[in-house]
Design a protein around this ligand. Structure first.
Ligand SMILES: [Zn+2]
Length: 164
């Protein structure tokens, strides 16, 4: 499976037909994207995307047109390894409706401190530029999905205000 990457403007995805890298802008996460080279329609991100810098993270949260679920994890954390495949399932099922990103709190210590992450795994849901819910501990995909859905529906920020 091709690994999607996050930069400071969007999710960079390789076209499944020609391999060209295309950027799905944070402001248009829920919109269809056609490959700039071969015009194939790219599927929405269907797996968690690793965050590589706190600046990228801040841009994502500020601009995201879909809810973003953040998995705070670290390589040494056993329960984090248990929750990883569950998040893969949620990302696949919610593709086009939700973006799941992973924050390695060992690599991005400033983010962990800024958001007061005291235990991992912690899952936080962001919508409309702010955190709307948080939970800690590993759990199966259906429970993760239900947690996110409840957070998004009760926040009243299901859609970005500029959504056409
Ligand atoms: Zn292409």
């Amino acid at each position: 499976m091709a690994t999607n990457e996050l930069d400071n403007r969007g999710v960079v995805m390789a076209c499944p037909a020609c391999g060209k890298k295309n950027r799905l802008l944070f402001e248009r996460l829920g919109d269809p994207l056609r490959c700039g080279q071969c015009k194939t329609t790219l599927p929405p991100p269907a797996s968690p995307v690793e965050v590589r810098s706190s600046a990228d993270f801040d841009r994502l949260i500020a601009a995201a047109s879909l809810p973003v679920a953040v998995d705070y994890w670290a390589p040494w954390c056993g329960p984090c390894r248990m929750v990883a495949p569950e998040l893969e399932k949620v990302a696949a099922r919610q593709a086009g409706r939700l973006l799941i990103v992973k924050v390695n709190t060992d690599a991005l210590t400033d983010l962990g401190e800024r958001f007061g992450i005291r235990s991992i795994p912690t899952l936080a849901v962001f919508a409309g530029g702010r955190e709307i819910a948080r939970t800690s501990g590993a759990r199966p995909a259906p429970e993760i999905e239900a947690f996110i859905a409840k957070a998004v529906s009760s926040s009243g920020t299901r859609e970005h205000e500029t959504h056409a």
